[in-house]
Design a protein. Structure first.
Ligand code: GLT
Ligand code: MN
Ligand code: MN
Length: 390
């Protein structure tokens, strides 16, 4: 078997909306016919994926009756069972219906906010029924163009009210579910509140049950803001808050492209996989590797599965490259941690005594500054591993 072909052990997931994307964009119609959710389940399992994620309305159309809902869910569960796929994550569509044109939880209209809460409680029930353990919140419409319409502080406070409310709902129902907040700086709104993973982390600390809530960073979304995705994810991991991740690719400064994982900025993709897999000896991310991306508009149905296999294969190839990089003695020597048994304890945990000793220590800035750090050599070694010649 090809070592880079995906298997369920890799915990790769796709959304129904990702491989099911029909190629519609603001300038053109769909280029592919919609795929039935049960067909997606079958095809994903044939490709070696582990799970499938969904919005409520990816599966159950908006406005369906209770009987229709139950019939659809029954058929979907049978397909999951037959093809051995799970549903690790679910979410709510709070952006497609025109009722959400000025946001859901942050809307100025309490009727819209009430409708959004009700829709989300129903969608949480659906997700839990399908086995989801993580519930994503992407506030795509929680933003503004005419900023005078609402004080942004009010918007943030309303987002807090909604998340606190829904955390209590989950606890009250006895569900085993945690929330993952997904940031995006803009699109479809002119500006979206809580624009980056860093904003989200600060916001989570203000919630009533912060332990239930983490983040779901997306490559494209941090890139759109011109930020280092790897740094954002690392900060989330360091805080114990990386509950989920949306993998894709994106050129900096563009609209949200949601490209095949690793197809832009291979260096960042390599560093991301290295971080998630902990190949340098750090703690490994254990959650699903979710691809929130879609095939180019040039593709037919076969191209969609080429796209899906490409996401997973690139992840596995980068993982192998990262393992080789971190096992390379030349690399290890260059990044070996410098230790100083005297100074290190003085730099950690302030006391007057430590500060006095620190002040008295012999430190020569000119000598420290004169050293070359060999990062050119290190980065070139990374390039050579990445390009497959080492
Ligand atoms: C939508 C968005 C994604 C979010 C999804 C979850 S839906 O496609 O572009 O980034 O992760 O709501
Ligand atoms: Mn996403
Ligand atoms: Mn996106």
């Amino acid at each position: 078997m090809d070592p880079f072909d995906p298997t369920p052990d890799d915990r790769f997931t796709f959304g129904l909306w990702t491989v099911g994307n029909t190629g519609r964009d603001p300038f053109g119609e769909a280029v592919r016919a919609p795929l039935a959710p049960t067909t997606i389940v079958q095809r994903l399992s044939e490709c070696g994926a582990w799970g499938v994620n969904l919005h409520d309305n990816d599966l159950v159309p908006f406005g369906a009756s209770a009987a229709q809902r139950d019939a659809i869910v029954r058929e979907f569960k049978a397909a999951l069972e037959e093809h051995g796929l799970c549903v690790p994550m679910a979410t709510t569509n709070l952006f497609s219906h025109p009722v959400f044109k000025d946001g859901a939880f942050s809307s100025n209209d309490p009727k819209v906010r009430a409708f959004a809460l009700r829709k989300t409680m129903d969608a949480i029930d659906l997700g839990v029924e399908l086995g989801a353990k993580t519930y994503v919140f992407w506030g795509g419409r929680e933003g503004s163009e005419a900023d005078a319409c609402r004080d942004p502080r009010t918007a943030v406070a309303r987002m807090r009210d909604a998340l606190d409310y829904l955390c209590e709902y989950v606890v009250d129902q006895g569900y085993d579910l945690k929330f993952a907040l997904e940031a995006k700086p803009n699109e479809p709104r002119g500006d979206i509140y809580l624009a980056t993973t860093g904003h989200m982390l600060a916001f989570i600390a203000t919630l009533a049950r912060p332990q239930m809530v983490g983040v779901n960073p997306e490559v494209a979304h941090e890139n759109m803001a011109g930020l280092s995705f790897v740094h954002g994810v690392a900060q989330a991991m360091e805080a114990g808050k990386l509950f989920h991740i949306d993998l894709n690719a994106q050129k900096i400064g563009r609209y949200d492209q949601d490209l095949r994982f690793g197809s832009e900025d291979v260096r960042q993709a390599f560093l991301l996989v290295r971080l998630l897999e902990g190949t340098s000896g750090t703690e490994r991310y254990s959650g699903p590797r979710h691809f929130d991306a879609h095939a180019y508009r040039t593709e037919d149905d076969e191209g969609v599965w080429d796209f899906a296999r490409g996401c997973m294969r690139t992840y596995k190839i980068l993982k192998a490259r990262a393992q080789a990089f971190d096992a390379d003695p030349a690399v290890r020597e260059l990044i070996a941690e410098q230790r100083d048994a005297v100074l290190e304890p003085l730099c950690k945990g302030y006391s007057r005594e430590k500060a006095a000793k620190l002040r008295a220590a012999a430190l020569d800035p000119a000598q420290l500054a004169a050293r070359g750090l060999r990062y050119e050599r290190l980065d070139q070694l990374m390039m050579e591993h990445l390009l497959g010649v080492r």
